[in-house]
Design a protein. Structure first.
Length: 685
């Protein structure tokens, strides 16, 4: 039964965060996504292209399982943010930190055998644990997202003589909009006084963040600059009729100058950015509706001159030159290479491949901003193809792991708006969702071109996501970014108090809190620093909370909110437990799931599913094969190791997918039909 063992010399794992197999099947049935069809027809997959996520179905735990073959109870990553028993209940650790991983990764196992790995933007892989491997970031959702040197900006110019206005963006380090800034890896959350009345919420203190995670995905962010436009004066090379405006850069510490000009001498259509009024040529320029080429500049950081690159896109420009609006991208540090290992890899990639454009995050839910996001993320995916090929062509490697986050980000931004009952503009949002799958399809196709008879490819996702049911509101529990007070407050387990005008948890009267996406913690004496629950009352209290959760009904619809709840003993059966899980684990009913974090991978709703994606092809893998076996994310690592004859990570708990291997006799399988039985809108769970 050892078919295909050692049949592949190399393996590429292509991770697409949030990719929904039911959506892919539907698009393929419509004649779209040719590279997904190519992969399905050439390889092996489960009948619905699906795979079971580990719980909770959230980014860091699942990519950790795909890297280790272990369940969260073993590898220790249990949500977007982590918590360790014994720490204060509102102290959370960033789940992308490789230092939190307690299980051996596949690249560490490869290193034991003297094999080489390249890990490219893979969650929870940074900081590097294998010195003789190449790492490109792994600290967040996008490559170098935490390494930019200046934030994205929206410049708006108006004719007049007024002081320049700069409004900095609001830093949101909860991860609620799929982004995380800076070096912080631990946070102590604070309660919000937001009431969410516009969403039917009146209970204050929903979570320990500034906003509910799903709602804040609709909140635009960017530095905003209002700058005065006046006739150009004192320039060396300004054309006749040009109009000037100051351009603050480098976090407001430096100034460049902009010119509005008219190519035909009449209609203003071009914006140019200059280092100074005496510069002979612009740093960069763009016409209305288009992007500039890369603008190469130098910023001074802590007294040191750093080479940087960025782009602008002209959004609006008054033909008479009286006003404008343009977007300026995140500014890339071309020298430091903070999140590359070896550090020289960053500078090498920027030199040989070119700079990388971060996806826009300045606004959404309007056509102009959505287009900028699509264009920027499309360019970023293209850069990744070129950078990946450059590294794979120029370095010895046996294993390649990568992850792209665009689909999941678009799920959070747009999925709710694709339902007719939710938005009159739903067709436009449906098209936006298709566009990110189309971008992902091109990415997959470019890397499938590397198949050479000796390489196997696994195309996977960590989870998918469902759109919010328009008939329901998100319950006041299950938001993954902090502590949820609403339902637990209603049930009397979490108490709040006023402290000099600020709302905070009254720990001296709080029996339990709902923390992160799926966990409830008792405030236990002897374990939690502010504990009040006697250990002798632990079991009784856990059971009472579970009873109350089952009895709780949504005030709007009268429906049960909680699908099931497990104590610490029972949660071991779903791969949870240990010091990074709570005292109770719960899952919400599908109608109340917040996109993906607190549902099961077999849940479907309104035409979308929660399932992870699984397709394998190439060396040692059957061609055009549908398997009957249920695939789990923990099965990926053992199967890769079997295919390549490599050591299995010490803590792996999954099984080898023998049914996909070319050396194994056919069982309950058949020819793959990627268009078979697509999920239709309105499917139940």
């Amino acid at each position: 039964m050892a078919g295909s063992k050692g049949a592949a010399k190399k393996v590429m794992l292509l991770g697409l965060d949030g990719a929904d197999p039911s959506v892919i099947r539907r698009y393929v049935a419509e004649g779209k996504l040719p590279n997904f069809r190519r992969a399905i027809e050439a390889g092996a997959a489960s009948g619905d292209l699906g795979m079971q996520s580990v719980l909770p179905a959230i980014t860091p735990p699942n990519w950790a399982s795909i890297a280790t073959g272990a369940y969260p109870a073993t590898h220790g990553i249990t949500c977007f943010w982590n918590h360790t028993l014994g720490n204060e209940l509102d102290v959370l650790d960033y789940g992308f930190d490789s230092g939190l991983l307690k299980a051996e990764t596949i690249w560490e196992a490869y290193a034991r055998a003297g094999k080489k790995s390249i890990i490219f933007n893979y969650p929870t892989s940074w900081p590097p644990q294998v010195q003789d491997a190449i790492y490109v970031d792994g600290t967040s959702i996008y490559t170098n997202l935490r390494g930019y040197i200046d934030y994205e900006k929206l410049y708006e110019g108006k004719t007049g003589d007024f002081e320049l206005v700069e409004i900095p963006h609001v830093v949101d380090n909860t991860g609620a909009n799929c982004r995380f800034e800076g070096e912080e890896t631990t946070q102590k959350a604070e309660l919000s006084k937001e009431t969410y009345e516009g969403y039917g919420y009146t209970q204050p203190g929903l979570v320990t963040t500034t906003q509910d995670g799903e709602l804040s995905a609709d909140t635009p962010t960017a530095d905003q600059i209002l700058t005065p436009v006046q006739p150009a004066a004192g320039w060396s090379t300004a054309p006749a009729g040009a109009r000037e405006f100051p351009v603050p850069v480098n976090n407001g510490q430096a100034r460049r100058w902009g010119l509005l000009t008219a190519d035909d001498g009449v209609t203003y259509n071009r914006i140019s950015i200059y280092a100074s009024k005496t510069a002979e040529a612009p740093l960069g320029e763009a016409v209305l509706g288009e992007w500039s080429s890369w603008i190469y500049d130098s910023y001074t950081i802590d007294g040191t001159s750093i080479p940087v690159a960025y782009k602008i896109r002209v959004l609006e420009l008054d033909p008479a030159g009286g006003s404008f609006k343009f977007y300026s991208s995140y500014v890339l540090d071309l020298k430091t290479g903070k999140y590359f290992h070896p550090q020289s890899i960053g500078e090498e990639l920027y030199s040989k491949v070119g700079p990388m454009l971060q996806p826009s995050n300045y606004s959404r839910l309007n056509p102009q901003a959505d287009q900028v996001l699509l264009e920027s993320i499309g360019e970023m995916y293209g850069w990744h193809v070129d950078a990946i090929n450059y590294l794979l062509d120029g370095n010895e490697w046996d294993l390649f792991y990568t992850h792209m986050h665009g689909i999941d980000m678009f799920n959070h931004f747009y999925l709710d708006h694709t339902l007719p009952a939710a938005s009159p503009d739903y067709k436009r949002y449906e098209e936006i969702i298709y566009k990110i799958y189309e971008i992902s399809d091109r990415f997959i196709g470019a890397l499938l071109d590397r198949l050479d008879g000796e390489t196997a490819v696994f195309i996977v996702s960590d989870h998918a996501g469902v759109a919010k049911n328009p008939e329901t509101d998100h319950p006041l529990i299950g938001d993954m970014w902090g502590i949820n007070v609403g339902i637990m407050g209603e049930l009397g387990y979490t108490r709040l108090k006023d402290n000099a005008g600020s709302v905070e948890i009254d720990w001296s009267n709080t029996v339990a809190v709902a923390q992160r996406a799926t966990f409830i913690y008792l405030n236990l004496k002897g374990r939690d620093p502010q504990g009040i629950v006697d250990p002798a009352d632990y079991d009784r209290t856990v059971q009472k909370i579970i009873d109350d959760l089952y009895s709780y009904r949504d005030p709007k619809t009268g429906r049960r909110v909680i699908s099931f709840a497990l104590n610490r003993n029972d949660m071991e059966l779903v791969g949870l437990g240990g010091e990074n899980s709570g005292d109770i684990f719960y899952i919400l009913e599908p109608d109340f799931t917040r996109c993906h974090g607190n549902g099961l991978s077999n849940h479907t709703l309104q035409g979308y599913s929660m399932q992870a994606l699984f397709i394998a092809l190439g060396a040692g893998v059957k061609s055009g094969e549908i398997i009957g076996r249920k695939v789990k994310v923990v099965d990926i690592v053992p199967t890769i190791c079997h295919l390549t004859g490599s050591p299995v990570p010490k803590d792996a708990e999954g099984g080898i997918l023998y049914q996909i291997l070319s050396g194994v006799a056919d069982g309950a399988s058949g020819a793959a039909d990627p268009a078979a039985e697509p999920v239709t809108a309105g499917a139940g769970s």
